[in-house]
Design a protein around this ligand. Sequence first.
Ligand code: ADP
Ligand code: MG
Length: 269
Amino acid sequence: MNVLELSHVYKGFARTEGEEVTQALDDINFSVHDGEFLSIVGPSGCGKSTIMRLIAGLIFPTAGTITLNGEIIKGTDTERGMVFQKPTLFPWLTVEKNLNFTARMQGRRHDAEYKAEAERLLELAGLSEFRNDYPHQLSGGMAQRLALIRTMINHPKVFLLDEPLGALDAFTRMNMQDEILSLWQRSNHIVLMVTHDIDEAIYLGTRIIVMAPRPGRIREDLKNDLPYPRVRTSDEFLGLRKKVLELLNFGQSKNTKEAQKQLERSNKP
Ligand SMILES: Nc1ncnc2c1ncn2[C@@H]1O[C@H](COP(=O)(O)OP(=O)(O)O)[C@@H](O)[C@H]1O
Ligand SMILES: [Mg+2]
């Protein structure tokens, strides 16, 4: 059983002018284990990406500890795979070579088991016919699907998704949500996904962490035990949606559709 734990995590960033520090995260505590899917929502600048980058080992906390199975995270590792909002592919490599990049580094490329999985993932992502194309020849959705399967193939114990579907159209996005869900259900590993789409957070997560800004804190850690596949129009789903919106201070007087739009606007980079 893999367990990821953040304990009293603080992160400050030095500002360029003067001695001031941006307190990006203030006393973050949570623990997540295999079989859990954590959705993280919150306004722009509340430290969502900072949490992901800390867990990925790209940056380090100012105070507090982050451990995976009791070991402090000391840097990046394929056991913690991250997918960014904009697909980070190697432009000079074909689809297939992008997918096999890590395996080639590790000399696993020609293992029968690995090859079978690469084929299956290419198929799943609808990329089999495009294996010899280059990233610039792909649509945004295809490139993002490649970025996802390229991380999936390493079987990360912790799968970190930082608004990975933000650039996709609504229909591709809903299909990708199902793909992420089925991947997670098969591997049963830990998934953490940042999103500004409340429906997406509720559709996917077994828990929803709602954050508050300046300094970034956890406002609420909500349990979501609605059975899968979830029905976006069910009363329970909509009830949870209302709760999340209220926690983000978009409830009550304001109409919820307008509130969601406002949140999306505030999250535009
Ligand atoms: N490398 C950095 N240097 C300075 N400030 C940063 C850096 N990364 C993030 N910040 C600041 O930390 C806060 C949280 O940022 P971030 O984690 O990107 O928020 P979110 O992903 O929730 O929008 C913001 O105020 C941001 O400006
Ligand atoms: Mg971010």
